[in-house]
Design a protein around this ligand. Structure first.
Ligand SMILES: Nc1nc2c([nH]c(=O)n2[C@H]2C[C@H](O)[C@@H](COP(=O)(O)OP(=O)(O)OP(=O)(O)O)O2)c(=O)[nH]1
Ligand SMILES: [Mg+2]
Length: 135
């Protein structure tokens, strides 16, 4: 019998936050859960009625206590994990103000694009990293 139960679909706003030194902010997910311990670009789920840009600003304030300016769209990725689908709507952002705090993650780090391949990210992120290497 074929599997017809549909998986949950998470729509995510994702930020590639640049500082004045040309580095990007990444965070390490807490150890528990499906992608525990992996690095990611900050972001989270869209709330009802929210635009991706609004979502990114809110999530970045909640997770890191900083303000960002949203810039150009980088890439949108659809990926199916074993337990859900994700749509990652990825935008370039500029760090405006505040010192980033690891409020909802284990660790945060500013890294160069060249350093990204040495961090372990969720599989869907390979396309984001590839896109960043091509800009
Ligand atoms: N923020 C972010 N999420 C990512 C990236 N790559 C990737 O696959 N994801 C996935 C992991 C999560 O399932 C989802 C992000 O949503 P979230 O952080 O609010 O969700 P969560 O894991 O806390 O899950 P939930 O229990 O709240 O549903 O997108 C990424 O680079 N950044
Ligand atoms: Mg999140």
């Amino acid at each position: 019998m074929s599997e017809t139960i549909s998986l949950p679909h998470k729509i995510i706003g994702v930020a590639v936050i640049w500082n004045e030194q040309g580095k990007i902010l990444i965070d390490r997910r807490r150890p528990e859960g499906l992608m525990g311990g992996l690095w990611e670009f900050p972001g989270g789920k869209l709330e009802p009625g929210e635009t991706v840009q609004d979502c990114i600003k809110r999530e970045i304030q909640e997770e890191l206590a900083i303000k960002v300016e949203i810039g150009d769209h980088l890439i949108t990725i659809d990926h199916t994990y074993s337990q859900f689908h994700v749509t990652l709507n990825v935008y370039h952002c500029r760090h405006e103000s505040g010192e980033p705090q690891p409020i909802e993650c284990d660790e945060i780090r500013w890294v160069t694009v060249d350093e990204l391949p040495s961090y372990e990210f969720p599989i869907a992120n390979l396309q984001i990293i590839q896109a960043l290497r091509e800009i």
